[in-house]
Ligand binder design. Structure first.
Ligand code: COA
Length: 187
């Protein structure tokens, strides 16, 4: 098991949000949000059109990965009304590569600082208490909002690469970002 602390993670509270593992009952809330082209097109995981049963399948898969210490897939819930407004993930694989951070919010909730609040809190926790030494994040170049989220969460640019863009088809160029433990970031 790469990150045993993933398997026992329960929840993380921020000022306005609760981050907790996705559950099968979340599928009806997730489906309409990820079916939005404006959300899917910027991610490296969400297909478009979104298939029937896609959320149920994704949730089952990431919960299995969490149990093996390979992933954390968290619902982002607003404390004020308990609504699921998006998801945030840390995912690795058995090869031992650093966990990759991913996130999306339903369009209705963009522009209120929620993604930064969630990303900064999860990254801090991962580096301080979950055994993670380095976090990666990949962003398509035409996504300045996500670049800004990463910058505000302390990530630094670490190069370029390519990654599948399932909603658009094929491999697309990505900007690579990384965050290391405090004091371990190169100058
Ligand atoms: C990217 C995303 C998560 C951002 O969520 P959010 O809650 O709106 O983000 P925040 O409010 O925390 O921060 C957004 C920042 O980007 C800035 N921003 C937004 N649109 C921008 C644009 N077109 N150009 C430059 N900056 C932009 C905002 O002003 C804000 O920065 P500021 O606080 O310095 O003003 C959301 O837009 C989303 O879900 N997009 C679709 C999925 C996605 O892109 N996921 C990330 C894949 S890498």
């Amino acid at each position: 098991m790469l990150f045993p602390a993933f398997a026992t993670f329960t929840f993380l509270d921020t000022e306005r949000l609760r981050l907790r593992p996705v559950a099968p009952a979340d599928a009806p809330a997730i489906t309409p949000l990820v079916s939005d082209w404006e959300v899917a097109r910027q991610t490296g995981r969400i297909p478009h059109p979104y298939p029937e049963g896609g959320a149920e399948k994704w949730i089952a898969g990431v919960r299995t990965c969490q149990a093996y210490g390979l992933a954390l897939a968290l619902a982002i819930e607003r404390k004020e009304d308990g609504r699921l407004i998006g998801c945030i993930t840390l995912e690795t694989d058995p090869s031992g590569k650093p966990p990759a951070l991913g996130y999306w919010l339903g369009r209705e909730w963009w522009g209120r600082g929620y993604a930064t609040e969630a990303a900064a809190a999860l990254a801090d926790l991962a580096l301080s208490a979950l055994g993670v030494e380095r976090i990666e994040a990949l962003v398509f170049p035409g996504n300045p909002a996500s670049v800004r989220v990463l910058e505000k969460a302390g990530f630094r640019r670490a190069g370029r690469g390519t990654h599948p863009a399932p909603a658009r088809g094929g491999e697309k160029e990505v900007l690579l970002f990384e965050l290391r433990r405090p004091g371990e970031n190169p100058p």
